[in-house]
Design a protein around this ligand. Structure first.
Ligand SMILES: [Zn+2]
Length: 191
């Protein structure tokens, strides 16, 4: 339950309740029968241990999602360090358990434009694919050509998803919706 606030502890009861409530909400919006159903994921944080991953899988979680700190909704407790000893063991446990790692693939750095954050994350993706060759990785909602190229280059254990409405907008749409805002430029371009 990665975006939930407050956090939802992943017990078998909570997993079942979350699944039931999601299905009920889905049916209230789309009354016809759907063959799809919710899949429960846990949020991978700096404090997530191999044991927590194993327990989550036992409780019904099918994947772990990782948000780098500060890149999206409620990611203030996102992962700070993809290289630490603790998280390395957690990723290894996911690999051994066959639990996919879903990644919000952006890196928030002081002088990295928001449009460059996806590309800035790609070296981390390559590091993970090399260090954990059996870990199934999904780079979520990618938008850039460079991300597509990287995923294709990395082979069968790495895949990606797209989100349609992410691909319908460009920076020009922001300008058209807010025409009175100042023109915004990259750090290196500003005088
Ligand atoms: Zn995301």
């Amino acid at each position: 339950m990665p975006h939930a606030r407050p956090h939802v502890a992943l017990t078998e009861g909570n997993t079942q309740r979350c699944r039931t409530e999601t299905l009920r909400a889905l049916k209230s919006i789309y009354p016809c029968e759907y063959s799809c159903g919710p899949l429960i994921a846990i949020k991978i944080r700096d404090t997530t241990t191999p044991q927590m991953v194993a327990e989550a899988q036992h409780a019904g979680a099918v994947a772990g999602k990782v948000y780098p700190v500060g890149v999206t909704t409620n990611s203030d407790e996102g992962l700070r360090d993809f290289h630490g000893a603790g998280i390395t063991e957690t990723f290894r446990a996911m690999q051994d358990l066959g639990m996919p790692l879903l990644i919000h693939g952006e890196l928030d750095q002081k002088c990295t434009l928001v449009t460059k954050r996806e590309a800035a994350f790609l070296p981390t993706l390559f590091m993970l694919a090399e260090r954990f060759p059996r870990l199934r990785i999904v780079l979520e909602h990618i938008s850039t050509r460079v991300a597509v190229g990287s995923v294709l280059q990395l082979g069968d254990t790495v895949a990606a998803t797209i989100t349609a409405h992410h691909l319908c907008l460009t920076l020009n749409d922001v300008r058209l919706r807010h025409p009175a805002t100042p023109r915004l430029y990259a750090h290196a371009e500003r005088i």
